[in-house]
Design a protein around this ligand. Structure first.
Ligand SMILES: CC(C)(COP(=O)(O)OP(=O)(O)OC[C@H]1O[C@@H](n2cnc3c(N)ncnc32)[C@H](O)[C@@H]1OP(=O)(O)O)[C@@H](O)C(=O)NCCC(=O)NCCS
Length: 186
């Protein structure tokens, strides 16, 4: 397994940036996992207590060095110490040989409808399909998850037209790569 590199410099957009999770984020992560909308849309630990969150954060480095996943916290660049977690965006099921990974995200309830997820997903997708060198990113979104469908489309994902388990499968590729190029590999 090849370790996943970290974006260098850290990814920063116009308002939000992505940083590593720290042990101090455990309570914020547990609170997000307890949010009914996040629980409804994503697989999260049950119960979502702080110890589980601390354990997950403690495993981030190992998942990254094993080349499996990259999980980043979304922060507001205008906050001096960037301690407040606004959301999460991450790559999982990373397969560098096939050049493909899944991408997932959430925004903490208090920070929704401000463009957090759109900027975070755009930043990570552009890095993954650019400097990291992946050929495709896949997002699976519930048909009735209007917010996340909007996030994905604004970040450059297109509906693959092949739903899986009632979920819309969206795909993003590096700029200039056409549909036929990798369809058979997804
Ligand atoms: C869906 C979710 C990620 C949106 O995060 P967010 O930071 O509020 O999204 P943004 O502010 O970037 O909004 C992006 C777009 O979605 C729209 N949107 C956001 N939430 C919406 C909602 N609940 N219903 C309809 N549209 C919504 C916004 O208006 C915006 O559209 P616009 O660009 O046309 O103005 C957030 O509500 C969430 O975390 N939900 C639970 C977890 C989840 O669904 N994760 C994704 C699993 S695939």
């Amino acid at each position: 397994m090849i370790a996943l590199p970290l974006p260098e410099p850290p990814l920063a957009g116009t308002r939000y940036g992505l940083r590593l999770w720290t042990p101090e984020d455990a309570s914020a992560l547990a609170a997000a996992w307890a949010d009914p909308e996040i629980r409804r849309r994503m697989p999260v630990p049950d119960p979502a207590h702080e110890a589980a969150a601390a354990n997950w954060i403690g495993g981030c480095a190992g998942r990254r060095t094993a080349g499996l996943a990259l999980d980043l916290a979304v922060v507001d660049l205008s906050e001096p110490n960037r301690a407040v977690v606004h959301g999460e965006v991450g790559l999982s099921a990373v397969d560098r040989d096939r050049g493909i990974a899944r991408i997932g995200w959430w925004t903490a309830p208090a920070h929704r409808r401000r463009g957090v997820a759109t900027e975070a997903v755009s930043l990570l997708a552009q890095w993954a399909l650019g400097p990291l060198g992946l050929e495709a990113l896949v997002a699976e979104v519930d048909h009735d998850n209007a917010g996340s469908l909007a996030v994905a489309r604004t970040a450059g994902f297109e509906d693959l037209g092949r739903p899986v388990d009632g979920r819309t499968v969206l795909i993003a590729r590096p700029p200039g790569v056409v549909e036929g190029g990798i369809t058979g590999r997804v």
